[in-house]
Ligand binder design. Sequence first.
Ligand code: ATP
Ligand code: MG
Length: 341
Amino acid sequence: MAFFDFLSNDVGIDLGTANTLIHVRHKGIVINEPTVVAVDKQTDKVVAIGAEAKRMVGRTPGDIIAVRPLKDGVITAITSVEALLKDFLRRSMKYSLFVRPRVVCGVPSGSTEVEKRAVYDSLAQAGAREVYLVAEPMAAAIGMDIPVEDPSGNMVVDIGGGTSEIAVIALYGIVCDASVRVGGDEIDEAIVLYLKKTYSLLVGESTAEQIKMKIGSAWPLEEELEMEVKGRDLVAGIPKTMRIKSEEIREAIKEPIDRIVGAVKQALEQTPPELSADILDKGIVLTGGGAMLRGLDELLMRETELPVNVIDEPLDRVVLGTAKILENFEKYKKVLLPSGR
Ligand SMILES: Nc1ncnc2c1ncn2[C@@H]1O[C@H](COP(=O)(O)OP(=O)(O)OP(=O)(O)O)[C@@H](O)[C@H]1O
Ligand SMILES: [Mg+2]
């Protein structure tokens, strides 16, 4: 390791709707926590950040509210994001705050200038020396070791908490993309709604997320699953337990899932023919937490008639991509967005 490596702090960030990850050069992923901030309404003070704050969602005492400062991939509560990034950066840089870090951060590919500036400014505010932004599907592709420099096209589908982004990548660029503001959050909401309508059972978003992870699916399972769900009976107003089947949940989440499938098809339709031929050979790669939904690959395979693969460690790919960009900055600087300040 060269001496200058010690001085230069390179930090890659995936500021996601659901999770924020930070990678520090020579250290690896040092932060991997929910993008949640707990705020005291009375004093406007931040009382907890990340994992600790997420534990408070839906069960906070009177004056404390848990804020999720990103919605659909976009910053909606700027001061909370600044507090979160400042805290996470400080914790990442624990032993190495000689030089303010150079940062590469992923943003949704459909971000507006205003949205990109909000990310840029929060990072600068949080202490970054240089800030570069990259489209999340591009970072994910690099993080999956896809040769983005090749003239041959690759299709990446990143299903996150707030957005699903589809991109065809070739020659360091995103040739065509589609993005829908539908992700894991909408799937959770669909589960909440279903239980309320069908059983008058009220559950919080964390419970809905657990149901999705435990028994959720997009395609019939070889062995269907079921689980006990605890919530509040809306009629009697008291706690109640129900047994819920995976078939029901599949039906409940059909609408958001169909929108994701629709976006993939739309991107395929817009793909130039030469690149379509590449994708026909190589298929589609799924990443992001939503890629872990059971049977989503199967459903996409049937709907597109293409090979579909889920990458392993789908939650880490964007941040690993930002790290790789920093490590090979000269090579990858072409993929950075001409934005910020
Ligand atoms: N096993 C699983 N099955 C289904 N969904 C899952 C599973 N594990 C995680 N998820 C979902 O993945 C989502 C989080 O994924 P990820 O961390 O990639 O999103 P993000 O990057 O924070 O969001 P975005 O990219 O939209 O801003 C959550 O909605 C979570 O519920
Ligand atoms: Mg993401």
